[in-house]
Structure formats: C-alpha cells, structure tokens
Design a protein around this ligand. Structure first.
Ligand SMILES: [Zn+2]
Length: 343
C-alpha cells in the first residue's frame, strides 16, 4: 500500500489535508434525529433521506475546523448493512457535505453480528478484512481506511469476539492501516492488549475505544502506560440506557437485562485535562459516537448541538480546565491523522 496516505471513501488524501478529525462516528444511524425535531421518519431506510439527514447533521463542522469524520460502523449494526454494500452511501455524504469521510470495517459483539461473520473461521475473517482494505467493503468499491470499531463485551471476550479481534490485528499488520477497538464501558481493555501483544501488533497503531466511560481513571492510566492510544469518543453521551443483547421478538412480560449508566462530560473533561497534564496528550483521540437513538437520552448535549457539541461546548470545557488550543489540536488533528495514515 502507498505509504503515508489516508484512504478516504473518495480516494487517498494526504494526512495534512484532513483538518480536525472526529474519529468515531456512525453516519448512517442518525434517525430519528436531527436533534429532537424534523428529520426523516423513524426507521426510514430511504437512501436519499439517510444521505440528506447526514449532510444536514454535519453542516456545522467546517466552521469548527473539522474536515474529516471517520465512520467506524461494524457489519450489521449502527447503519452498516450486513454485507457492507451501503458503505457506498458514504461517498455521497462526503461529496454533498464537502467533508472527508473514512470508512472503517469491523465485526461487533456476537449477538449483533451477521451469521456469515459468526460462522467464519480466523483465516477467512482475516482475508475478508484484508479484502475490505484492498478491494473495498462489500460491493461498494470503497476501501476501508481503518479497522474498527472491533468489539468486545462487558467484562468478557467471547470466542467469536477474540477470533474477530485477532483477524483485525492480522489484517492491520498486513495492510498498515490503524485499528480502533470497542470496549464495552472500558472493560477488558487490558485483555484486548494481551491479545494484541500475542499477535505482535504495533501498539502505536492501535486505539482502545470508549475509555472515557470506564469508572476508574487509574485503570485508564494503566491502559495508557502500555503505549496504545485512548479514545474519549462518547463525548456528549452522559446518559446511557442499553440492552446487553438484541431484544427478542417475543419477549415475555416482566424484568429484562438492561443497563443504565451515567458519565458526565465534566468528568470526561477533567480526566482529559489530568491525562494531558501527565504527558499523554499524544495518545488521546476525541469523538462523539453519536447515533440518533441516543439523542433523546441526552437532550442537553448532542440533543441540542448535534455534531457541533465536541468542537463547540466540549472544547470550551477543556480550555477552562487548562488544556491549550494547541493540545486540543494535537488530540483532534495530529493524533488521528497519524493513526489513519498508512504505515
Ligand atoms: Zn462502540
């Protein structure tokens, strides 16, 4: 692969042309947005509407210096179809929004994964990921520019998740792209790193996802000391309310397994300021991981500001806590550009 370029959905771009970067988003999962009013019908699958919704949601970003959005949707969830063919829509969104878009490729938690991915063995999964990087994802012709978000469960890594993580690491090493993981609320980050080490991954090419939602800052520090990068990538999601498994079609009445969680953005901002102070500025990436479904739970953050929340309100919170403009630029421009550029 060509050295030092970023594979966007419209082709290779030099990393210095990306502007600030939102490293973890899901552009085809914005219904019923935008932001509590208007937008297409909930559950709409009309392609024109999906594209129009994303383009309108992205509108404020250029004024905030953001030039690139990375769509880290795995197969079959958060807007990506089970075969990956609808990645082609990201090209339309990129043209119409004038933003660079990079498409990731990954497999999510077992209960949400397409059957073909559950059935695949390690070798065929690795080959699939490599094909995504070289020939394009599904029938879209769009080359993956990064692997991720490659997922593990809350407090466990299932055999399926381990297989897919190993496949992503092998494809990462072969292709020279970067890799971003999904941890469920920061759990199993150190176990992911054990697997990375077994596979002789270059930890400087790896981002451990969702570390902003782990309950303990000391744990986050421990992960940082291994040399990986850390994603504070759910900024604005202060309230979480989610099923651990997909809802069964015929759920019996009564109690069910669901998790509610709170993590304030003032805690996120204070932790980033502390980690920057401690010398980790080159390891931190920022994003919102925004999906339309969560807008209702977070009316005061992205419910109000959509994608502009990180570059606007939240950046101001960082500056108030002593983080400098230059350090924000490192976290939003230099770090993700370095990880996206082919090695
Ligand atoms: Zn995730």
């Amino acid at each position: 692969m060509t050295m030092g370029v970023v594979h966007t959905v419209l082709g290779p771009v030099r990393p210095e042309h990306l502007g600030r970067i939102m490293h973890h988003e899901h552009l085809l999962s914005l219904t019923p947005g935008p932001w509590l009013a208007g937008g297409p019908r909930p559950g709409s699958s009309d392609e024109d509407e999906l594209v129009a919704l994303a383009v309108s949601a992205l509108r404020g970003l250029a004024a905030l210096g953001i030039g690139t959005v990375v769509d880290l949707s795995p197969y079959g969830v958060v807007g990506r179809d089970a075969d990956g063919n609808n990645v082609a829509l990201l090209r339309r969104i990129s043209r119409e929004s004038s933003l660079h878009i990079v498409a990731g490729t990954a497999v999510y938690l077992e209960a949400y994964s397409p059957r073909w991915a559950v059935k695949a063995d390690l070798k065929s999964m690795t080959e699939r990921f490599l094909r995504d990087a070289v020939d394009g994802i599904g029938a879209s012709g769009v080359r993956a520019g990064v692997f991720g978000e490659q997922a593990t469960s809350l407090d466990q890594i299932t055999a399926h998740e381990e297989k897919c993580l190993r496949a992503a690491i092998r494809a990462q090493r072969e292709s020279g792209l970067g890799l971003t993981t999904h941890t469920t609320h920061g759990s199993m980050a150190l176990e992911q790193i054990d697997i990375l080490r077994q596979e002789r991954a270059d930890l400087s090419r790896v981002v451990i996802g969702h570390m902003d939602t782990h309950p303990s800052l000391d744990y986050v520090r421990e992960v940082a000391r291994t040399g990986v990068s850390l994603a504070f990538d759910t900024i604005g999601k202060q309230n979480w309310d989610f099923f651990l498994e997909p809802e069964p079609a015929n759920r019996p009445d009564g109690e069910f397994v669901k998790l509610a969680y709170h993590q304030s953005d003032s805690t996120r901002a204070a932790r980033i300021a502390a980690l920057v102070q401690e010398g980790h500025v080159d390891q931190i990436l920022l994003a919102q991981d925004l999906t339309g479904a969560e807008v209702y739970l977070n009316p005061g953050t992205h419910g109000q500001s959509g994608y502009s929340y990180l570059g606007g309100t939240f950046t101001a919170m960082l500056l108030e806590r002593g983080v400098t403009e230059q350090q924000v630029d490192t976290m939003m421009r230099a770090n993700p550009a370095r990880l996206l550029a082919t090695a």
